[in-house]
Design a protein around this ligand. Structure first.
Ligand SMILES: [Zn+2]
Ligand SMILES: [Zn+2]
Length: 88
């Protein structure tokens, strides 16, 4: 069983649903989940970073847009939101 670190974080989707969300039986299922739900390109054995990104972008067009849900974009949006809250 593989647990998705992003879903299982406190406040993550799996945490909130307190069920089997974020748990996977195979590497392949886990990677597919990371690519489709968390907007991260996972490199396969014979791929370069660019090839991996191009492949994942083809099936998940949200990657790299303003709606991107990868951890760094989520953090960036959270920081912007906090800044707005603080500055009013
Ligand atoms: Zn996840
Ligand atoms: Zn992103």
């Amino acid at each position: 069983m593989i647990g998705c670190p992003y879903c299982l974080l406190p406040g993550g989707r799996g945490w909130r649903m307190a069920g089997k969300q974020g748990l996977f039986d195979t590497d392949e299922e886990f990677i597919e989940h990371i690519e489709m739900e968390h907007d991260l390109a996972v490199r396969r054995e014979d791929e370069t970073e660019e090839q991996a990104l191009a492949r994942v972008k083809a099936k998940n067009p949200r990657i790299g847009t303003k709606d991107c849900r990868c951890p760094s974009c989520m953090l960036k949006r959270m920081a912007e939101w906090l800044k707005r809250e603080v500055e009013g």
